[in-house]
Design a protein. Sequence first.
Length: 287
Amino acid sequence: MLKRMDQPISNRFLRLLHKNIPMLTVAGMFFFSAHTLAGSLELTADLFEKNEWEFCRRECRRALLSQTEPTERFQLLSAMSGIRMGNDPLLEHNELDRIISENHDDQVSAIAAYERGRLQWQLEQPEQALQSFSLSFQSTTNKALFLRASCSIFLLFKDAPELKDGNDDLISQITTSRDQWYGTLFSECAKPTPVTGTPSAPNWVIRFYRSQISPAIGERCTLEPSCSEYFHQANHKHGLKAYPMIADRFFREPEVSQKKKDPVISESGQIRYRDPIENHDFWMKKK
C-alpha cells in the first residue's frame, strides 16, 4: 500500500520546479518540510540551487566537521554535489549506500535511493537501478519525489524492457500516477549521462577573495565561519548591508579571539571561535 502524497509543496519548490535542470529540484525536497531552516543548511541549499557544487560540498564538510545538525542532510547534499561535479560515481555510490543504511531520516533515505538509482542507471546496472527507484517510489511521502521515481521507472522499463517480467504490480502502480507527469518530467528523469564541464561561478567578490586573497594571507581568520563565509551569508540574507557587516567583523575579530569563547576546530585543525551572523543581525528586518 502506497503512502498518501498529500504534503504541500512550498513556493520555493514550485519556483525550482520550472527550471529545466535535471535533478536540481530533488535537493529541495527535504528543505521545505521544516518550518525553519538553520542558516548553514539554507546557505548550503542555496549554493546547490545555483549549481555551485564545489562550494556546496565544501560547506557541507564544514558543517559535518562542526557536527551541525541535521547531519544526514549535509551528507546527502555533499554526495549529490559530488555527483554533479563529475566525481568518481563508484565512490559517490558507496556514500549513498552508507547514507541509506545508517541515517534515521526516511525522506533523506528516499532521496538518496533515487540518486543511487540514477547512478546505477548511468553505470549500466538497470536491475539495481530498478530496486533503488522502487525503494524511493514506495517509501517517499513527498509528491514531487513520488512522481520523479515513477517516471524514472517508466523510462527505465523502456530502456530495459526485460525488467518488466515479474513486475506487473509495480507497473500498475506507476501507471496510476501517469496523468500527473508534467511535460518536462520526461527529460528531467531521462537516463543520465556522465557529467562534463565545470561548476558555475559563485558571487564574484567571494570568488576573488577565496582564489586570490585568502591563499596569499593564509588561514589568518580566527573566527568561525571564516570572514569570506560570513560575508557570503550576510550577502545572502541582507544584500548590500553585507559590506558594513564584514567591515564591523574585521574590527571585532581581535576582541572575539581574545575572549576565546566557544572554540571550534577548523578543517585544517586550526582553533577558531564561533561568531555566527545570527549574533549580529538579530536587530535587522529579515528579507
